[in-house]
Design a protein around this ligand. Structure first.
Ligand SMILES: Cc1cc2nc3c(=O)[nH]c(=O)nc-3n(C[C@H](O)[C@H](O)[C@H](O)COP(=O)(O)OP(=O)(O)OC[C@H]3O[C@@H](n4cnc5c(N)ncnc54)[C@H](O)[C@@H]3O)c2cc1C
Length: 602
């Protein structure tokens, strides 16, 4: 099972063997052209002003025909999912090789150094959400990182002014109403989906046995608790194919709306705070507008208290992956799983594994950066199509002094304020136009004094984040130092919000020179966005994406990553972590099963 384990161990124990050292150097040499090649064609989110940390313990030479070099599992992607899967597979005794496109591990977990003091601030995911239920809380603690609680119950700003106590109360009340409604709706949506699925499956089973339609409908009436007149009527109508029958069942039985926006309260008492609520629950949480978000996907998210990490979540993920066998600068372009062995191509190198685990983002899958041979099954392609890649842009501003003396450290502030003429024109000229409040205002989030430092972070979510980042297309694709040529609007809107919150007329002189940094995840060819969101009526597609693909009776191609995880994690770190563990255990089970089949025990 773990033929090449010794090989990897040899690498890890200091390259004692000369041949191994030579192989490693050749591997490094082979990696170098990939760095320059990739950086010229497509920018990656590599450290812009930091040195890439060398991660050597992998044999990055291809296996050629030497089957002793065949790995049990080739993992595509060294983000949290790929790393947690690697650790678990190694723990279970398997040989693993990770191929990573970037010049660092961590993926969307990545820390920048901000301002003169080089404060570690996450460009990617920063918070441990839902501390009490998050599986990473204990891990972060045990690895010596310190957590700092985010202050969520804070002033928010309506039309550039701090909200009154009455408005705050109304916001909390409206949020409660929304959350209750969306949760109730989600149960009903899931229930109706199960009914339609049952009706469809039952029809397929019974019609194969040539049971007449009238009898099938009679059977269904007794088995599912529906009294929907439309379905009863439709059920009896002549039908030409299972697809037609299932389509009718879906239409008649799945009647509750799965559009998250449908559950925003409309009461006039909430009129002023609804835009804030809609933006907070939509683009600033799910990274997509509520009208494009599945109610089930959103309702299951286990939020709760949020903590930041002293050195950044990127540092935690990097430490977790320390010493794991990853070949950097190795973008995978093709996965051939047609035979008994999976062949994974990066540049002119081809690696062989008994199995492959794909952990790249939904965005990368959507862009078809990796070709699969044979093509992925129809349902997998539909799942990739039905999941969206949401976006979030961060504008990180270091200050020379504390210009927010009233606000506690780690404050999350929800802000609604007027836009300049230029920003308004930009919003209105997008197709479709960007969301505006009363046609003139934007809603954004801000974190003030993260980790008790004189820093503020502006957050744009969903369509705003995509449109603002698009201004940098072809100019800057990395996250890092701001570029005046294309980040001007993101920075101007953020500064205007910070000036209103602080009460300072002009904050320019207080900002550290050249210190503003921005993220551009939607342009990054290793992610193409921040995290995944299910479209309305498509919440179950995460599970479809997670399912392994079987070829010639064997499971060889596996999937993990935040997009494949349970909706309770809503695209966040714990989902990536858990999905990696699960895939590792599934691969282990599949290999045991295959060995037993070969031994004739099945
Ligand atoms: C701006 C932002 C804010 C966020 N906020 C939070 C938060 O506060 N809390 C939270 O829990 N989560 C947050 N997230 C989400 C969190 O970062 C992700 O859920 C998590 O990092 C995903 O891990 P992953 O392993 O699934 O994917 P990734 O980290 O994307 O890992 C996939 C890896 O595959 C590599 N890859 C891509 N293409 C190829 C290829 N062709 N060949 C080889 N390798 C390839 C990538 O370089 C990457 O290393 C945020 C994300 C962003 C971007």
């Amino acid at each position: 099972m773990a033929e090449s384990d010794g090989n990897l161990k040899g690498c890890r124990t200091g390259y004692l063997h000369f041949a191994r050292l030579l192989a490693f150097l050749i591997g490094l040499f082979l990696c170098v052209p990939a760095i320059s090649q990739d950086n010229t064609s497509d920018n990656q989110n590599g450290p812009s002003d930091q040195q890439a940390v060398p991660k050597p313990p992998a044999d990055c030479t291809p296996s050629s025909n030497d089957t002793t070099h065949r790995y049990d599992v080739i993992i595509v992607g060294a983000g949290l999912a790929g790393l947690s899967a690697t650790k678990e597979l190694q723990h279970l005794g398997h040989s693993v090789l990770i191929l990573e496109a970037n010049n660092r591990i961590g993926g969307r977990a990545y820390v920048g150094s901000i301002g003169d003091d080089k404060v570690p601030i996450d460009y990617g995911g920063a918070w441990i959400h839902g501390i009490s239920t998050n599986p990473l809380t204990g891990l972060v603690d045990s690895m010596g990182f310190k957590r700092e609680r985010t202050q969520l119950d804070l002033p928010y700003f309506i039309n550039g002014k701090e909200a009154s106590g009455k408005e705050k109360k109304a916001f909390d009340h409206a949020l409660e109403e929304y959350e209750d409604a969306v949760k109730l709706a989600a149960s009903s949506v899931e229930d109706q989906y199960a009914q339609a699925d049952f009706a469809c499956t039952r029809y397929k089973d019974l019609s194969k046995k040539h049971i007449p339609l009238r009898q099938i409908c009679g059977d269904l009436v007794h088995r599912i608790p529906f009294n929907k007149a439309a379905f009863l009527r439709d059920c009896q109508r002549p039908v030409h194919s299972p697809k037609e029958f299932c389509g009718r069942a879906n239409k008649d039985l799945r009647v509750t709306s799965d559009v998250a926006k449908s559950y925003v309260p409309h009461d006039t008492e909430f009129e002023d705070i609804i835009p804030l609520l809609t933006a907070n629950a939509g683009p600033l949480e799910s990274a997509a507008e509520l009208e494009k978000t599945s109610a089930v996907d959103g309702a299951h998210f286990e939020a709760g208290e949020d903590d930041l990490i002293d050195k950044g979540m990127g540092a935690f993920v990097e430490k977790l992956g320390d010493g794991l066998p990853a070949c950097l600068n190795s973008p995978v372009t093709e996965v051939d799983y047609s035979g008994d062995v999976v062949k994974v191509r990066t540049g002119d190198r081809v690696f062989e594994g008994s199995n492959a685990l794909i952990t790249v983002s939904v965005g990368v899958l959507k862009k078809k950066r990796i070709g699969f041979k044979p093509e992925l099954p129809r349902e997998k392609l539909d799942a990739i199509e039905s999941l969206q890649m949401g976006n979030m842009q961060k504008v990180i501003v270091p200050f020379k002094r504390d210009i927010f003396p009233k606000e506690p450290a780690n404050s999350w502030i929800l802000y609604e304020g007027d836009l300049s003429g230029e920003a308004l024109d930009f919003a209105k000229n997008q197709k479709p136009p960007l969301p505006l409040v009363h046609g003139t205002r934007v809603v954004m989030g801000l974190v003030v004094k993260p980790l008790d430092k004189n820093i503020a972070i502006g957050f744009f979510g969903g369509d705003w984040a995509k449109a603002l980042e698009k201004r940098c297309e072809g100019i800057e694709h990395d996250s890092g130092k701001s570029n005046p040529k294309c980040d001007d609007l993101s920075i101007a809107i953020t500064k205007s919000a910070l000036s209103n919150i602080s009460g300072e007329k002009s904050i320019d002189e207080d900002i550290q020179e050249g210190g503003i940094q921005v993220t551009r995840w939607s342009l990054d060819s290793t992610s193409f966005g921040a995290y995944s969101v299910a479209k309305p009526d498509q919440w179950y597609q995460r599970e479809v994406l997670a399912a392994p693909v079987t070829v010639k009776g064997a499971k060889r191609l596996f999937f993990a990553g935040e997009g494949t995880a349970r909706a309770i994690y809503n695209g966040s770190y714990p989902g990536a972590f858990e999905s990696g563990l699960k895939a590792a255990r599934d691969i282990h089970a599949a290999m045991l099963e295959e060995n037993e089949r070969k031994d004739g025990r099945f």
